[in-house]
Design a protein. Structure first.
Length: 225
């Protein structure tokens, strides 16, 4: 009955049209551009580009709308960070590829002062988090702006045998960076120094041993956050 009601409700909705572009990483070494188009119940998803870039095991894409870029992380032992330029037609072009700590699995952009922006990457395999001042300059020697490494006082059995940062998350005020650490059973909290762009560690939030926090999300409600 619930499914029948859902179908009836869906069919009663006004006809809509959609046109969107989806970018997806794949462990075959490609970033794919897909076009979603259609009207009503006739919607199609087609591949429009395959760009071999970033590395061998592409793990994450972060959209940089301000600069028209995608930031691509590669997860293997020889990690990398690649900037992809997005053209007016949505086509991708590799701009810069630089070495990065390995195990990059998630990234997010956070703001500084005077229009500066930074990219923060959670490195699951390297027990660290790195930050980068973006976008890169034309002739700039690109290096991480900051790398924070984490250790465990009492390592347990895998995966709690080492720190394993799993996500970089920005709070709704843009003032704090949140880092769920699967291996440490912690959610690490950092205050963003807007003037310098550097991260200052605050007290972490501890979770039950073996729980392995992975992802988080903020919800803005009418009453509080």
């Amino acid at each position: 009955m619930a499914l029948r009601n859902l179908l009836t409700f869906s069919l009663a909705l006004p006809t809509f049209s959609i046109a969107a572009t989806l970018y997806a990483t794949h462990y075959d070494g490609n970033v794919y551009r897909l076009s979603l188009e259609g009207e009503g119940d006739k919607v199609s998803l087609k591949q429009t580009q395959a760009l071999q870039t970033c590395g061998k095991a592409l793990s994450w894409l972060t959209v940089d709308l301000e600069h028209g870029l995608l930031w691509c992380s590669d997860e293997p032992s020889s990690g990398s960070l690649t900037s992809l330029e997005i053209g007016n037609d949505g086509a991708m072009k590799e701009m810069v590829k630089v070495a990065a700590p390995n195990g990059g699995v998630d990234s997010i952009i956070y703001p500084g002062e005077n229009g500066k922006n930074y990219l923060s990457i959670a490195h699951y395999g390297d027990t660290s988090i790195s930050t980068w001042e973006i976008p890169f300059g034309d002739k700039q020697e690109v290096r991480p702006y900051e790398v924070l490494n984490f250790t465990l006082d009492n390592p347990g059995k895998a995966p709690q045998d080492q720190s394993r940062p799993h996500q970089a998350l920005l709070d709704l005020t843009g003032s704090f960076l949140i880092l769920p650490d699967l291996g440490a059973d912690l959610v690490r909290v950092f205050l963003i120094d807007k003037e310098s762009g550097k991260l200052h560690a605050c007290d972490s939030i501890a979770y039950k041993e073996g729980s392995g926090p992975r992802f988080g999300e903020f919800m803005d409600s009418a009453k509080d956050t």
